[in-house]
Design a protein around this ligand. Structure first.
Ligand code: AHR
Length: 318
C-alpha cells in the first residue's frame, strides 16, 4: 500500500508553494496539447497564488488512466478539493465516487463528463461548447452568403466534450444553409502537428485544396498547423480557404493580422479563478454553487484589430 501511495505521489508534479495555505487543491490537468491548455495551467497557478491556495498540479499527458491515478493520489493525501479537466467525457463515476466517499468536492474545469449522478461533482466551470461551434457555423453562413462551400473539419480529441459539442454546434449553425457541406471530418487531437498532418491529407483528397472553401478547426492550434499545410500546398489561407476556429490564442490573432485566418471564438483560460471562488464560498457557507458556472464565448474576426488583441493576450498567461 505504502509503495502504491509513494508511486502515486511521485507521478504528481507539485506546483503549489504556500506553506500555511488555507486550502490545498489537487488539479488533474490533461497535459499541454495546445497553447490554450498551457495558458490554463499557468493562469491556474497565478489565481491560486493570489488567493494563498496550495495548488498541486498533476499532468496526465492526455491519458485518462493517469487522471484516475492522480485523483486517487489526491484522495489519499486528503486535499480540500479536486479540480478535474477530464480528457474524455465518460468513465469517471467510480473514481469520483471514491472522492465523494472521502468528502472531497470535485470541480470540473473546461470540459464536462457524462454521468447519471451529478452529485459526483460540486460544479463545472466551462463555456457552452455547443454554442461555440454554433457561433463558428453562423459566422460561416453569413460570410459565404449563399455561395456553395465545402468545409473540412478538424475535430478535437475523440470522446472529449468539446470535440463532441463543437461538432454538434457547428452542424446546428450551418443546418439551414444548404450551400454549405462538411466534406471531410477527422480528429487532429487538438494539436498543431496533427492539425497540419490531417490537413495535408484533406488537401490531397480534395483536388489539392481547390475543392475546399473553408476549414473549421475545433481549436486554434490545429488551425495554425493547417494554415501551414495550406501554404505549403501553394494556396492562400484566409482567402482561398477560409479559416474559422476556437480558443482565441495569441497565434491565431497574428494569423488574422496576416490575413491567414478569418475568425475565432474565445475560450477564457481562466477557469480556475471562478472555481476557487466557488469553492471558497462553499467552504465558508456550506451552500453549494450553481451546477454550471458558464464562461463567455466571444467571436473575433479580422475586423477586431487582431494585432492589438494579440498584444493584450500575450500578457494573460500565454
Ligand atoms: O477543453 C478545452 C480545449 O482543450 C481547448 O479548446 C483546446 O485548445 C484544448 O486542448
Amino acid at each position: 500500500m505504502k509503495r502504491i501511495l509513494l508511486g502515486t505521489a511521485a507521478a504528481v508534479a507539485f506546483a503549489g508553494t504556500a506553506a500555511a495555505a488555507d486550502l490545498t487543491v489537487g488539479f488533474s490537468q490533461i497535459g499541454s496539447e495546445s497553447g490554450w491548455r498551457a495558458a490554463e495551467t499557468s493562469v491556474s497557478k497565478i489565481e491560486a497564488e493570489k488567493r494563498g491556495i496550495d495548488l498541486k498540479i498533476a499532468d496526465a499527458q492526455q491519458k485518462q488512466e493517469n487522471q484516475i491515478k492522480a485523483i486517487r493520489g489526491f484522495v489519499a493525501q486528503g486535499v480540500d478539493a479536486i479540480f478535474l479537466a477530464p480528457v474524455v467525457a465518460t468513465g469517471w463515476d467510480t473514481v469520483l465516487e471514491e472522492a465523494k466517499d472521502a468528502e472531497i468536492p470535485v470541480i470540473l474545469l473546461d470540459r464536462t463528463i457524462e454521468t447519471s449522478d451529478d452529485s459526483l461533482y460540486l460544479t463545472a466551470v466551462t463555456s457552452d461548447t455547443v454554442h461555440e461551434g454554433k457561433v463558428a457555423g453562423d459566422w460561416l453562413v453569413k460570410t459565404v452568403a449563399g455561395k456553395p462551400c465545402n468545409v473540412v473539419e478538424l475535430q478535437g480529441t475523440v470522446g472529449s466534450s468539446p470535440a463532441i459539442n463543437r461538432k454538434k454546434g457547428f452542424e446546428d449553425g450551418i443546418a439551414s444553409a444548404s450551400n454549405i457541406k462538411i466534406t471531410r471530418s477527422q480528429t487532429g487531437d487538438f494539436t498543431r502537428a496533427k492539425g497540419k498532418e490531417v490537413m495535408e491529407g484533406f488537401l490531397k483528397a480534395e483536388g489539392g485544396g481547390k475543392d475546399i472553401c473553408a476549414l473549421y478547426a475545433h481549436n486554434d492550434d490545429m488551425a495554425v498547423g493547417a494554415i501551414q499545410a495550406i501554404k505549403e500546398a501553394g494556396l492562400k489561407p484566409g482567402t482561398d480557404i477560409l479559416v474559422v476556429s476556437i480558443d482565441a490564442v495569441p497565434d491565431i490573432f497574428k494569423a488574422m493580422a496576416d490575413g491567414e485566418a478569418n475568425a475565432t471564438v474565445e475560450l477564457t483560460p481562466n477557469m480556475a479563478g471562478p472555481a476557487f471562488d466557488a469553492l471558497k464560498a462553499f467552504k465558508d457557507s456550506g451552500k453549494a454553487p450553481e451546477k454550471w458556472i458558464q464562461t463567455e464565448s466571444k467571436l473575433y474576426t479580422q475586423a477586431d484589430d487582431p494585432m492589438k488583441v494579440y498584444e493584450e493576450k500575450k500578457g494573460l498567461g500565454y
